[in-house]
Design a protein around this ligand. Structure first.
Ligand SMILES: Cc1cc2nc3c(=O)[nH]c(=O)nc-3n(C[C@H](O)[C@H](O)[C@H](O)COP(=O)(O)OP(=O)(O)OC[C@H]3O[C@@H](n4cnc5c(N)ncnc54)[C@H](O)[C@@H]3O)c2cc1C
Length: 427
């Protein structure tokens, strides 16, 4: 049975990650009546393994296993994946968006004013990231500190809890923008999963969602899907607007690890510094993981002998710009590595091994590939136009799905720029 709540809004935003939170906040500040429906809950972040697992490790919800046994994760909670991400801020590539007639510099300038992202000060860059940076620099690689969405004055040394959801308020998450949106009058309903978009005569009119075991209906003149790279194509398919199988990217990662004798660490902010080889589609950075995650990866590749070496193991992330491919079904997703993806990994892993060998690291091994950036599944120029509108009037998509090409970069800042631009368009 469907309960018609007689709820009518100017805009319904589905999902509260970087895309949904940014567009909702800007629209609420314009005086629009906004409803955000978020599948996850808004429980305060505790920075524990248990809480992170609830957000991103429940199969079919936050975690997906591909046919080749690789793992893809996403955050299902208020703030989406930003609650558990590594807070690296990389600006959108201007040339890529210019190909679609999109200029994101004004939005980027605004966000820079609001968020003050910058590299971490030296005292917050951990000893492992420092050792890796020194080694890469000695090899002549252009290893640079990366901009972080972290408030340095609230961040602490010897801590890994940002990976599990920073409980100290040091890391920016989309929850910060959700709070602003709510202060500006937005209604946020958590544990509300949207199942379908309502549309009549080619025009969006609302959504159906499940909340507390009941199917409810909410109405609006404008609907913005911001459920992330997996949910948005699924919702379009479930609503009869697009096909159910869609190509996408996932920006897969392999961690290359090796142990040194003179280190006793393992708790620091990951991705403090790195190297971006744009034309090769490869990014490298330090990737110090908490003990439990490190052990899970070592176990997955049978390196039980490395279980007790966490505090002296340096870890380098090799991330590639994978080809668009695979498919997303109603209950599953699947994407393997293309031959060109394997070549990129080979090149990146060789570089990572060189850097580790230069630190005198021993017992070097690599993990299986995993991914955390599903996107490109409702691409600009294909599933949406360059104002992010679908073929249904006033139905927009504003999340990682709309990124128009193979990617390979931290996407949050780009998604937020697109969201600001959309809010400007809707004003
Ligand atoms: C471990 C990890 C590390 C990362 N590190 C970085 C980094 O350093 N820098 C960076 O830029 N990016 C990073 N990312 C990626 C980045 O966080 C995501 O790309 C980004 O959050 C995507 O934003 P989004 O708006 O597309 O959606 P998401 O963040 O995926 O949010 C979508 C929201 O919609 C909700 N939702 C889904 N379906 C429904 C539905 N049917 N009804 C209602 N709500 C729904 C979800 O619960 C979620 O809250 C990382 C990701 C992970 C997992």
């Amino acid at each position: 049975m469907t309960q018609n709540q007689n709820q009518h809004y100017d805009v319904i935003v589905v999902g509260s990650g970087p895309g949904g939170a940014t567009v909702a906040r800007d629209l609420a500040r314009q005086g629009k009546r906004v409803l955000i429906l978020e599948w996850g809950n808004g429980k305060a972040l505790t920075g524990t393994l248990q809480h992170m697992a609830q957000i991103a490790a429940i199969p079919g919800r936050g975690a997906f296993i591909n046919r080749d046994m690789s793992l893809l994760v996403q955050g299902v909670t208020t703030g989406g994946s930003s609650a558990i991400n590594f807070a690296t801020a990389m600006p959108p590539p201007p040339a890529l968006f210019a190909r679609y007639g999109i200029e994101l510099q004004p939005a980027l300038a605004e966000l820079k004013q609001e968020l003050h992202f910058a590299p971490l000060p030296d005292h917050l860059i951990g000893p492992m990231a420092t050792r890796i940076m020194q080694s890469a620099s000695a090899l002549g690689l252009g290893w640079q500190k990366l901009d972080k969405l972290i408030r340095a004055d609230q961040c602490r040394t010897g801590c890994w809890r940002c990976l599990y959801g920073c409980p100290f308020g040091a890391k920016w998450t989309a929850r910060d923008f959700i709070d602003d949106a709510v202060k500006a009058g937005t209604q946020l309903i958590t544990s509300a999963k949207v199942s379908r978009v309502l549309h009549h005569d080619g025009r969006a009119s609302g959504v159906l969602y499940q909340h507390q075991g009941i199917t409810k209906e909410a109405r609006a003149n404008t609907v913005i899907l911001a459920g992330g790279g997996i949910a948005s194509p699924r919702l379009l398919a479930a609503s009869g607007i697009a096909s159910s199988s869609t190509k996408h990217f996932s920006d897969p990662v392999i961690a290359v690890m090796g142990s040194v004798d003179d280190m006793d660490g393992g708790a620091e902010v990951p991705m403090a510094a790195g190297l971006h080889l744009d034309s090769d589609g490869i990014t490298l950075s330090d990737l110090t993981l908490p003990t439990a995650m490190y052990r899970a990866f070592a176990t997955q590749v049978g390196r039980l002998d490395r279980w007790f070496a966490h505090s002296r193991t340096l870890s380098i992330m090799v991330k590639i710009r994978d080809e668009l491919g695979g498919n997303i079904g109603p209950y599953w997703i699947n994407k393997g590595l293309a031959p060109t993806d394997k070549l990129k990994f080979k090149q990146g892993i060789t570089l990572a091994r060189d850097i580790l060998q230069h630190t005198q690291a021993k017992s070097i091994f690599q993990t299986w590939h995993f991914a955390a950036h599903p996107g490109g599944s409702v691409r600009i120029g294909d599933g949406v136009d360059n104002n992010l509108q679908t073929k249904i009037h006033q139905l927009y998509v504003c999340d990682a799905s709309v990124i128009p090409e193979a990617w390979g970069l931290p996407p949050s800042l780009t998604i937020m720029c697109l969201a600001k631009r959309l809010a400007g368009h809707l004003s």
